[in-house]
Design a protein around this ligand. Structure first.
Ligand SMILES: Nc1ncnc2c1ncn2[C@@H]1O[C@H](COP(=O)(O)OP(=O)(O)OP(=O)(O)O)[C@@H](O)[C@H]1O
Ligand SMILES: [Mg+2]
Length: 251
């Protein structure tokens, strides 16, 4: 495994409370890496740290560059993109406009103001990829919940992110939408690193290449779905949930 992002000994404290307490994490291209753990385990805070939203001790290195202390926009420009538990799209703009703006993050303000006669190929290709080509002219605010998440992922893709950190992307989705999302994650992970914060164990089992379990701010276990599910400490934290996972893996 060659890591594209390496986090070492990450610590995030809030008034002396260590929400993230010495976490090591490596994300590799070609992998969908699930971050699981009970409420309050520190999953979102870890993502906040990596993306520059929460100050931390430790080290985050991407492509040989240390990112600790760097500004949010610098980290984004280095190719690290994230989504939030609630989708953040421009509700009044269409799907195509949202993607066009995300694609133009490196363009000057003036060229962004100028209306483009044709959509760039990357915007059209991305609409195909995220299944929203038919919704190109639909205002983002009227999209279904799942479609908004796909649009957000698309915005990271056109922005050239090669490390995607997705915080609970399938929350509120129906079964078919979850399945579509899982396949989309594998599609985009082909040449990128994808980390998914998730609570849904069925979804995790179906789509995880690698799993890291956080508990009380620390890494409890890390490995394949089967390895993690068979870990007694993980089973203890998840009680029934992980035991079922281990039983299912053995069956
Ligand atoms: N800004 C903050 N100030 C103080 N404490 C915080 C702050 N943000 C998070 N915490 C605390 O840090 C811990 C980790 O929170 P975090 O949101 O990272 O958990 P999580 O694993 O994402 O949980 P969930 O699955 O519920 O989203 C929690 O105890 C939370 O209350
Ligand atoms: Mg969270």
């Amino acid at each position: 495994m060659s890591a594209v992002l390496t986090c070492k000994n990450i610590e995030v404290s809030f008034d002396g409370f260590k929400a993230v307490d010495g976490v090591d994490l490596e994300l590799a291209r070609g992998e969908v890496h699930f971050l699981i753990g009970p409420n309050g385990a520190g999953k979102t805070t870890l993502v906040d740290a990596v993306t520059g939203l929460a100050p931390y001790a430790g080290s985050v290195v991407k492509d040989g560059e240390e990112l600790r202390g760097k500004k949010v926009h610098h980290i984004a420009r280095k190719g690290i993109g994230r989504t939030f538990q609630t989708a953040a799209v421009f509700e009044h703009l269409t799907v195509a406009q949202n993607l066009d703006i995300a694609a133009g993050a490196g363009r000057s303000a003036l060229s962004l103001l100028r209306r483009r006669r044709r959509l760039p190929a990357v915007v059209v290709d991305t609409m195909d990829r995220i299944g929203l080509r038919d919704a190109a002219d639909t205002p983002a605010g009227t999209l279904a919940h799942g479609q908004k998440q796909w649009l957000e992922i698309g915005m990271l893709l056109v922005g050239d992110a090669d490390v995607l950190l997705l915080d609970e992307p399938i929350a509120g989705m129906g079964h078919d939408e979850r399945d579509t999302t899982g396949r989309l994650l594998h599609d985009i992970a082909a040449d990128r690193a994808v980390a998914v914060v998730e609570h849904d164990m069925d979804f995790m089992r179906a789509f995880a290449d690698r799993v890291t379990v956080l508990h009380a701010g620390a890494v409890l276990a890390s490995g394949s779905v089967d390895e993690v599910a068979a870990d007694p400490r993980v089973q203890e934290v998840y009680l029934g949930t992980a035991k079922e996972a281990a039983d299912a893996a053995r069956a």
